[in-house]
Design a protein around this ligand. Structure first.
Ligand SMILES: [Zn+2]
Length: 73
């Protein structure tokens, strides 16, 4: 679950909450009970997505070499 950093504009405290991404923009309440908070930009490492797709090796050299087809002889 991603972690979000918030800062309270009433008392200046910073705190973090773990919440689902669906509730990322929901208002957060300061531990002191203040409701005037802002969400800080944090570097959350989100894993997943299609960053690297598996690539099948093409061409020769990958087993079943050319000698099997008689091209070498
Ligand atoms: Zn506060």
């Amino acid at each position: 679950m991603p972690r979000y950093d918030f800062r309270c504009r009433s008392c200046g405290a910073t705190f973090e909450l773990r919440r689902p991404m669906a509730q990322a923009n929901d208002p957060a309440v300061c531990p002191q009970g203040h409701g005037d908070t802002v969400k800080l930009l944090s570097t959350v490492a989100v894993t997943g997505g299609a960053a690297a797709a598996p690539q099948a090796p093409t061409g020769g050299g990958g087993g079943g070499g050319c000698c099997g087809g008689g091209c070498c002889g």
